[in-house]
Write a protein that binds this ligand. Structure first.
Ligand SMILES: Nc1ncnc2c1ncn2[C@@H]1O[C@H](COP(=O)(O)OP(=O)(O)OP(=O)(O)O)[C@@H](O)[C@H]1O
Ligand SMILES: [Mg+2]
Length: 327
């Protein structure tokens, strides 16, 4: 068989292969962390931020009006609507849509006072919320804006912006927002920004969507739908699939089968010890996880990382540090 040799003729093939399989968060400027509610998006965003910061990147985590838990993850003061430093080379902000909207208005209408006249106007105030997704755009647009900021020295203020997307439906609604604005809002500053942001989000060199899921039946089904929508409908660049909360395997496959027989009462052991029953349940759980994982990886066909289930509070600096090692 002819393998991928090391001759010069194989270099383009190797590069293509690498570009297809080796996705690295380090090379991106904007990362969406998305997935169903409660699967571990914020935990993954924090762990990824920690990994990137550990490799010298300056990272901003943007949360959308979320229940603030990042302070527990980094042992820092609660994070509010102002950007705050939460760890070395890591900043975070919890965006308040109303405030973000005002901030955006001030940025767009640079003249002080004009903002008040325009945005506090009764007519404008009643009209603006009707523009589809405008308050979502205020949050996402703010996150995007921070990718464009430069320090006085001319370097980017943040190397990477991690956007911890809300769990509305699939978090897909949020990803659709700039496209909706590009499609429906008349030409002007708002559309110009949305177009620039959308171009960045579509560029695989700059942006990546990190999809977080659990290795369980329902989340896997929904994740496969999410992945196919990101790939098909939105045509946004997929980054990595983070399979969170995976139980470390205690048993080999034959051991699992033995325990499984006990669990369903098909074993000669009629009254098994409690510990054996517990082991049997664990074996069953492992088996279900393994089956879900197989289905997920086959269906999603994208690079993945497996994050272990932690038998401790995951919202601590120690847990985040441990999870960051997987990125
Ligand atoms: N690998 C893990 N092991 C154990 N617990 C975990 C793990 N990952 C996350 N958790 C815990 O699961 C819960 C949900 O995690 P997290 O808040 O990150 O999810 P989320 O997707 O951001 O939720 P939401 O949709 O509400 O924003 C938290 O209590 C978190 O500490
Ligand atoms: Mg969250």
């Amino acid at each position: 068989m002819r393998g991928l040799g090391h001759g010069p003729a194989n270099v383009p093939l190797l590069l293509l292969y690498r570009s297809l399989v080796m996705w690295k968060a380090d090379d991106r400027r904007f990362i969406f962390v998305t997935g169903k509610g409660g699967v571990g998006k914020t935990t993954v965003a924090a762990a990824l931020a920690r990994a990137l910061a550990g490799r010298g990147k300056r990272v901003l985590i943007v949360m959308c009006n979320a229940k603030e838990r990042v302070s527990a993850m980094f042992a820092c003061d609660p994070v509010g609507s102002e950007i705050a430093s939460v760890a070395e080379r890591i900043w975070a902000v919890n965006v308040d849509p109303e405030l973000a909207f005002q901030e955006y208005g001030r940025m767009v209408l640079k003249v002080p006072g004009l903002y008040r006249v325009v945005f506090q106007n009764k007519y404008v105030k009643s009209f603006l919320p009707a523009v589809p997704g405008l308050s979502d755009w205020a949050m996402l647009g703010k996150a995007w804006y921070h990718t464009t900021e430069r320090t006085d020295g001319g370097r980017h203020r943040f190397d990477v912006v991690l956007f911890d997307a809300p769990a509305t439906g699939h978090g897909l609604d949020m990803l659709r927002v700039p496209k909706v604005i590009v499609d429906v809002v008349p030409a002007g500053v708002l559309r110009r920004d949305a177009e620039t942001a959308w171009r960045m989000f579509k560029n695989p060199e700059e942006t990546g969507v990190v999809v977080v899921t659990l290795p369980e039946e329902l989340p896997v089904t929904e994740t496969l739908e999410l992945v196919s929508a990101v790939r098909g409908e939105l045509e946004l660049p997929l980054g990595i699939l983070a399979v969170n909360g995976v139980l470390p395997a205690l048993f080999s496959e034959p051991e699992r089968k033995t325990f499984r027989a006990i669990e369903i009462g098909a074993s000669p052991v009629s009254t098994p010890e409690e510990a054996v029953v517990a082991a049997a349940r664990r074996a069953l759980q492992e088996e279900l996880q393994a089956a879900s994982l197989t289905r997920l990886l086959a269906g999603a066909s994208m690079q993945h990382v497996v994050l272990p289930y932690l038998f401790e509070d995951a919202a601590t600096p120690r847990a985040i540090e441990a999870l960051s090692a997987h990125f």
